[in-house]
Write a protein that binds this ligand. Structure first.
Ligand SMILES: Nc1ncnc2c1ncn2[C@@H]1O[C@H](COP(=O)(O)OP(=O)(O)OP(=O)(O)O)[C@@H](O)[C@H]1O
Ligand SMILES: [Mg+2]
Length: 407
């Protein structure tokens, strides 16, 4: 592997700490850029795979036989054919089928097209925990994909300067995301540079999912907010209300907004918790992680009290713990899960996100399990992992439906 800017790695004879760190940052960033370009070329566009008739049938509850009949009679969207002549549909075509059936059978419309209806509020879900690596981003991606595959309109919002969620959607933070193109653009305090949230929302390759990408720029909010608070100028919208306010501008465009938060309890995470109508706290069942979550809950409790004192109303439809990267055969993990269930009862989601090499391998290729075709990873491994992740997402959708007053 060629080393970028080799000459720059040679330190000048006398160098102070600041310039040394700056030099290392430049050299490292250049090198990473090169590596990334090679592993995931900047021009590479993510594409969603197509879906076989039996998958479409499961996703839409339209019988296999009906889909086949429609296709041979030339009704509805025209599927492509694989080499073995099997029919495959794009997600856009699946959504076309949904619209078609919802229109044809108005009494069952909700079954085909589950989008929210008048009177059902936008569900804003924050996925949080300040423990790094508790599978926040993985949970967000799988949930977003699941919802979109089932016909919901989703906005995925990356509040993490590491921008792993954006990367999963093919937006490489350092290449594809320019200045004033993250959520910071809609939150920033100087009115001149602030942008309407609609301008920073991007379509993704995944029909039904829009994205607001992140990159290092979102950190500006953590730096700017204390400065503005210290000025006590009293003018402008207070920090925790800005995200909620920005989201209200696109309220009618989505059914669910998913907020991926950074592993910290800063102003952005607080804004997310305030904007959220529900929260999933991801927890890896290991003692250290649970100890860290306990700190997170204590701090969050304190901060929410402070927000309440300043007149903020925090009222979530639901808050649930999700056990992630769970190995049910690991005895110490089982003890931790049992303890969590004992302490928090039904606030711990019954299904758990099982630790799986399939999730890990898919993640490395910037994919969710839903993007893999059966057989790309060991069939049984994939199937088991997929069943577990489906169960988690189904449980979350049930909570969403309940928040909308659906039975
Ligand atoms: N069910 C799973 N099985 C195996 N690996 C998993 C699973 N869930 C997540 N991982 C892996 O664990 C790592 C951390 O996951 P992820 O990035 O989702 O965590 P995070 O909480 O978003 O981290 P951060 O706090 O840095 O934002 C990733 O490499 C991911 O692929
Ligand atoms: Mg993350």
């Amino acid at each position: 592997m060629a080393i970028a800017n080799r000459t720059e790695t040679i330190a000048p004879s006398k160098e102070n700490a600041a310039s040394k760190i700056a030099r290392h940052a430049t050299v490292l960033s250049g090198q990473l850029q090169q590596l990334r370009t090679r592993m995931y070329p900047p021009k590479s566009e993510k594409m969603l795979r197509q879906f076989l008739t039996n998958e479409v049938s499961k996703l839409t509850s339209i019988p296999d036989s009906t889909l086949k009949l429609m296709s041979s009679e030339g009704r509805g969207p025209v599927p492509s054919r694989l080499e073995n002549n099997h029919r495959v549909y794009t997600l856009a075509q699946i959504n076309e089928l949904r619209e078609l059936f919802a229109k044809q059978k108005p009494t069952e419309a909700l079954r085909f097209l589950p989008r929210r209806r008048p009177g059902e509020h936008l569900q804003v879900m924050a996925i949080a925990n300040f423990k790094g690596g508790s599978a926040k981003t993985t949970t967000c991606v799988h949930l977003a994909h699941y919802l979109a595959l089932h016909g919901y309109r989703v906005l995925a919002l990356d509040l993490d300067p590491q921008a792993s969620l954006s990367a999963m959607f093919g937006a490489q933070p350092e290449i594809d995301v320019g200045a004033n193109e993250t959520i910071y653009a809609a939150l920033r305090y100087e009115a001149v540079e602030r942008r309407p949230i609609r301008e920073i929302i991007r379509k993704t390759y995944f029909d039904g999912i829009d994205l607001i990408p992140g990159n290092l720029e979102v950190m500006e909010y953590e730096h700017e907010t204390p400065r503005v608070l210290a000025q006590k100028s009293g003018s402008g919208v207070i920090f925790f209300e800005r995200l909620k306010l920005a989201l209200s501008e696109v309220e009618s465009d989505y059914d669910i907004v998913i907020l991926d938060t950074p592993p910290s309890l800063g102003f952005l995470t607080l804004s997310a918790i305030y904007a959220a109508t529900s929260m999933i706290i991801t927890v890896h069942p290991a003692m250290l992680d649970v100890a860290s979550m306990s700190q997170f809950l204590l701090m969050m409790g304190d901060l929410i009290s402070v927000l309440n004192e300043s007149g903020a109303q925090l009222d979530h439809d639901f808050i649930r713990y999700l056990v992630t990267r769970h190995d049910p055969n690991d005895a110490p993990q089982s003890q931790v899960v049992a303890m969590l269930r004992h302490l928090f009862g039904t606030d711990v989601l019954l299904p758990t996100a099982i630790e799986s090499t399939a999730v890990e391998a898919a993640g490395l290729a910037k994919r969710s399990l839903y993007e893999l075709e059966m057989g790309q990873i060991g069939r049984d491994t994939h199937k088991r992992a997929r069943e577990a992740v489906d169960a988690v997402n189904e449980a979350i959708v049930q909570l969403i439906n309940a928040s909308w007053g659906r039975g």
